[in-house]
Every structure is written in C-alpha cells, then in structure tokens.
Design a protein around this ligand. Sequence first.
Ligand code: ADP
Ligand code: MG
Length: 380
Amino acid sequence: MTHENDKTVATVPPGGTIGILGGGQLGRMIALSAARLGINAHIYCPDPNSPAFDVTPRKTVAAYDDLAALSDFAGAVDVVTFEFENVPAETAEFLSARTCLRPNALSLAVAQDRLREKTFFRDRAIATAPFADVSSETDLLEAVDAIGTPAILKTRRLGYDGKGQRRIETRQQAADAWQALKRQPCILEGLVNFTSEVSLVLARGVNGETAFYDLAENRHENHILRRSVVPAGLASDCTRRAREIGETLLADLDYIGVLAIEFFVVETRSGSDIPSQKLLVNEIAPRVHNSGHWTEAACPTSQFEQHVRAICGWPLGSSERYFDVRMSNLLGAEADGWADVAAQADCIPHLYGKSETRDGRKMGHITQILRNGVDIVERN
Ligand SMILES: Nc1ncnc2c1ncn2[C@@H]1O[C@H](COP(=O)(O)OP(=O)(O)O)[C@@H](O)[C@H]1O
Ligand SMILES: [Mg+2]
C-alpha cells in the first residue's frame, strides 16, 4: 500500500524533514536546496564516505535491506525520496508502507527495468528504438534476426554510464555478447543513427501541477555525460512532442517530483527532400539528472529545489531560463583545475567535495553563461 494519495501527508512545512536514499552528489544538491527552504534532509546511504553526508548532520549509514535501520529512517522523516533509480524494490515497498515515498514505487519499478520501461513507452505509442526481450541465447539470435545489426545488448537492470551494454556488429558476435553480460536478462536494441541526444527535465507536484525546463542537448564521451547545452535548438514541433510525452509519463506514473527523459533525435526524409526531426525516447530517470544541473545557474528554481518543492507538496517554482548555458562535467583530475575555473568570468563552479579522485568520476561541474547565445563551437 502506498501513501501517494494520502493528502494528510501532502505538505512538509519549513522545519520538516525529507529522507534521501543515496548519498552521492545528487543527494547532496537536493539536501542543499532543501536547506534553503528551511527543510532538513536526512541522508541514508551504506557508504560512510558519501559526499551528501558533508552537508547535513542527519544521517543513517546502513544497507538498503537493513529493515531496522529503514524503519527508524521512515520514522525520522516526513517524506522519502531517492537520488538513484536502483533502489531495491523491496526497500521501496517497505518504505511506502511506513511513510510517503515520492516518486512512487511504480515509477521506480518502471525506470529500473529496461524491458518494462520500453514496454511502458510502446503501450502509449511513444516511439523508441526497436527492441526485443532476451532471456536466452536463442532469444538473442532471434532478436538479432528480427532487429538486424548493428544492435546493442543491454542488461535489463543496474546499467549506468554505458555499463552493462555490448554492441553487436554481426550475428557471429551475439554469443560473445551474451557471455560478456553473464547471461543476465537483457533487451536487444537496434542502433539508432541519431543526429543528437537531448533531454527534458520536468516536474509534477502533488496537485498535478507540472513544470518543464528547456530541452538540453547532451554530448557523451565514453558513455559519460560530457556536457549539456541549452537551448537544444530543436524544431518547435519536436519540443511540443517532448512535452506531450512528458505529460503522459507524469500522469500515467502518478508521478511526484522531478523526472528526466532522454531522447534520440533522428532525421527522417519522407518523400520530399526536406528532412524533419523525430524523437525516440531512450530512457527515463525518476530523479534529478546530470543534464539538468544548468538549472541551478540559469533558472529561478533549480531542478533540485523543484524536486524538494514537489515532494513536499509546495507549489512548483518558475522553470523559466534567464540565458543560454553550457554545463560541463568536471571528470577525474579535471577538478584539480578548480582555481582556473573559479577565476573565469561567467563560469559558475559546483564541486561535490569527493575526497578520492578517480578517472571518469564526476567530481563537479561548471555552468558557463553564453551571453552571445549558443554557436556551433559551444555545441561541440
Ligand atoms: N539504441 C541505441 N542506439 C544508439 N546509441 C545508443 C543506443 N542506446 C544507447 N546508446 C548510447 O549509449 C548511451 C548510454 O545508453 P543508455 O541506454 O542511456 O544507458 P545508461 O543507463 O548507461 O545511461 C546513450 O546516451 C547513447 O549515447
Ligand atoms: Mg542514459
């Protein structure tokens, strides 16, 4: 049983406490935004070195299946949210029965299983890459025959930053890919020849009110987000379609909080020589998202504050954008250049306070204000 529609827990006033599962930079930034609204944040994370612990005294260091610790946590907070989508289903159910979980367990379940997620889109006539369920090597060969190559085999669960994926160029590579992913339940996706990747960050409050940020164009390197540029420069009918898809997902998931949707943009030519843009949904993240970090520098209400407002039953804030921006992640040793970054005019730094630098690890980000707008240099 969930408390999602229980209006008695609809509003968390200043002085109240939100619980956050996960202690990474996203949890840290949600906690910082909560503090600005006079709301406390209690972080629950198994790793004692989590960066979010540095910004709030309220913490639980325990495993996600520690029922005694979860029960105490539920008792100490007014509402629970999460900063990562791989919260175990049992943990979500356990917390839903004791407190208010926002977004709800359904949203988590859909987002953490690529097959369920893609099926959810297909059932709503939301276009995706061609995909097939793969539970055995025989399934995989049939899927390769149906979808063709190149294709990407992805584990249904626990993939992130491109982990848990294998590209299949020829039918002969199928068996190796299946072994490499340890014969786990997978989906096979046709490779999309996209012109760009864009994302939509949006929010829904307890009374069904919605807010949309402008679409960001995202560039990945080694499967990790390198930078986001806003505006994405899409045709207006594509932007409309992205928002329509967003509205559908928010309503059908009975969603509360910030949601991110990743899209592929493909060019289609039908008959005439004039290409038109089409959107395919890649995946959703039931949380604040790396491609929405620019909102803290460029909008009256950041995605983090918006999330806190939504889960606390507050009115949503303005998602208007003041200027064009480029957000770049500081990966690994790049964060060692913090002094240069801090000295740059029009650059807004944000560092996550992580003690250990590792290659490719997200250490911080910078948001650059593009006063003269976005040109081709910024997009590359
Ligand atoms: N079907 C596909 N066709 C083309 N590129 C893809 C496809 N699926 C994933 N990718 C590329 O890999 C990246 C990571 O894949 P994604 O499914 O978003 O997984 P993750 O959970 O790791 O973010 C995407 O942002 C995109 O660049
Ligand atoms: Mg992704």
